[in-house]
Design a protein around this ligand. Sequence first.
Ligand code: F6P
Length: 364
Amino acid sequence: MGKQVKRIGVLTGGGDCPGLNAVIRAVVKTAIRQYNLEVVGIIDGFHGLVNDIMQPLNEANVAGIVHRGGTILGTTNRDNPFRYAVEKDGQLTFEDRSSQCIANLAARGIDALVVIGGDGSLHIANAFYQQGVPVVWVPKTIDNDLSATDLTFGFDSAVTTATEAIDKLHTTAESHHRVMFLEVMGRYAGWIALHSGMAGGADVILIPEIPFRIPNICAHIQARAERGRKFSIVVVAEGAQEAGGEMVVQKMVAQSHDPVRLGGVAQVVARKVEDQAGMETRVTVLGHLQRGGSPTAFDRILSTRYGSAAVDAVMAGWFGRMVALRTPDIVPVPLVEAIGTLKKVDPDGQVVRAARAVGIAFGD
Ligand code: F6P
């Protein structure tokens, strides 16, 4: 029988995404209303845990935030307590500050921790759990690349933003008879590109799971032009790669759990297509717009369910678990099940088959 939980801590880690505030709100309200707990918000993710920057949270703090993007707690995708970046004599060195975090939790009387985060936060949460910290994790990322859950919150909002962008590109593409490229996020998975491309009626979708060839893309858009459709929309996942080629890296962020920042592939492909197909191209990189703004209704509901279920899991003593969507339920799943395997698009799956069936090309 574990210690009775009276006070919980909550933090948001990794890149922000729409729905974080709705999760925080649900955690706080469920904790107070259902279990009479106290809640402490940890500021700026694991940075606040290392440096003991925390504040009590009550219902007033979380009033009116279900529809607001971002996170009222702040976040960072750089600070890993087990490999904490410290600058010494102008040099970046890394130190293990995990015991400081555990001491901070004890000093604040925090009995259990709810971590809302993506892949990087998952590894950190699991490492703390291995050290005896009672942790429950809520899966967040616009990329939707976490296994063991049907969906992460934030994904639907990002897809909606990308779809709206495609809708806008359509009208200008058609007017100018151009090939419009839209680069979307998603890291090593093509979920955002695939879903927004299908929803927006894209002609070509390029994703990391299906390596593409430039001549195939050209053939598809030229065939459209011959049929009188003199414009095309190409949605490119930032991790898409040419067959035999490599992902295009924009920059490296040394302190990050995954230091690689992808970006720029659409520009590279557009230039080649313009040269080889002889059609005018333009490129839009949607970037962080996909992480900003209000969550969709779907994400607000999913986030609320996750936040509430996370507190239920804490009170049931289900530590070292994530709350996962197994439609139609939210269930606690061991963190180890979520670690290690990225959830990628199945190139032979029904979604891709449906896209091909309606004439979308993948450049393969
Ligand atoms: O994981 C979410 C994500 O938005 C990815 O889609 C993208 O590659 C990355 O984070 C961008 O990170 P940053 O905010 O550090 O530029």
